[in-house]
Structures are given as structure tokens and as C-alpha cells.
Design a protein around this ligand. Sequence first.
Ligand code: COA
Length: 175
Amino acid sequence: MSGKIEISESGPDDEPAIEALYPAAFPEEDLLPVVRALLRETSGVLSLLALERPSVAGHAVFTVCGLAGQTESVALLGPLAVRPALQRRGIGGALVRAGLERMKAARIQKVLVLGDPAYYGRFGFAPETGITPPYQIPEDWRPAWRSLDLGTAAISLSGTLMVPAPWRVPAYWGA
Ligand SMILES: CC(C)(COP(=O)(O)OP(=O)(O)OC[C@H]1O[C@@H](n2cnc3c(N)ncnc32)[C@H](O)[C@@H]1OP(=O)(O)O)[C@@H](O)C(=O)NCCC(=O)NCCS
């Protein structure tokens, strides 16, 4: 990594830069509706920015979720985006690791992701079978449904993931 990257939580002033980042990182997918809705949540959302001052280099969101019929808290990671010109310099990894540390400190027991198995496998995310997504995902997306245990729970978790409103859009889950 050449420039110095700082990871911090985003604030309202960062929204224009976040809005510019997603269409650049995902030219074929419109993630702005879910990103905007997540940024408007008043609790349970960790929005992390990677800054290479003065520019925003990347962004990641962790959403705290529940499990049907249980008191334990888990979190959903996504979306995650790094400016195309700055990819493959460890910025995505730095965002993921910083978020995982904060989730662990908040006693979150497990972080789930629906994402590229090869990329998230690098951080130890393994196929999740006990916790089911809020909507039925297509069979060929199954390998993308993964989780990382943060070691804060003595029991193995199962049940349906209960997501807040921004994530209750079946299309995000391929349904
Ligand atoms: C995926 C993304 C967030 C990774 O961020 P990044 O800062 O480039 O990632 P890092 O530098 O931490 O890690 C780079 C490594 O991950 C690998 N990698 C990057 N994207 C990958 C992907 N989609 N699948 C598998 N591996 C991937 C690279 O090959 C690289 O490995 P190498 O250095 O050994 O060659 C970024 O490339 C991005 O924004 N992509 C477009 C949006 C996207 O697909 N986001 C969701 C990911 S599911």
C-alpha cells in the first residue's frame, strides 16, 4: 500500500463521496438504494470509510441483525466497495478487518456475508448452513452465503436471519 489509509466511521458529510464510490466500483449494479437506506438507520449500522486523504478510497457496511426466536446478535457484512484505481492494495481487507474488530468488541457473535467465496474466504468466512438468509437464495448462490465466528458465543447459532428494513428487499437476495 503506498498512501496512508485511515479507517473511520462515516458521517453525514461523507455521503456525497460514498454516493460517487458505488457506481464506480459496481458499474453494473445499483447499490445506492440499500446504501442510502442503511446510512439513514439510526442504530445497528456500522458505516466504515477508508480514507486516503483527502479522498474516500473505500467503504464497508456492517448491519447488526437478529435471529428468529433467539436473543443473540449477529451482523451482516455488505456492501463493500473500493475505488477501482485503488483496488488490490489491501484497502478492502483493511475495511473488513476493522469492521470485524469492532463487531467483536460489540459482542457480536457471528458475521454473515453473501459475497464472493474466494474473496471472503481470505478472511476465514466459511459456508454457513445453520443460519438461513431472510429470503430463499438461488441454489447457485449457496456457496456465497458464508460466516465468520467471532468466538464470542459458546453455542452454535441457527435460525432465520432477521434483517432491518433496508435489507428486506427480495431482489438483494436473488429471490
Ligand atoms: C472486492 C473489493 C472490495 C476488494 O477490495 P480490494 O481493496 O481490491 O481488496 P484487497 O486489496 O484487500 O484484496 C485484494 C485481493 O483480493 C482479490 N480479489 C479482489 N476482488 C476479488 C473478488 N471479487 N474475488 C476474489 N478475489 C478478489 C485480489 O485478487 C487480490 O488478491 P491478490 O492481491 O493476492 O491478487 C474491490 O475489488 C471492489 O470494490 N470490487 C468491486 C465491487 C465488489 O465486487 N464488491 C463486493 C465484493 S463481494
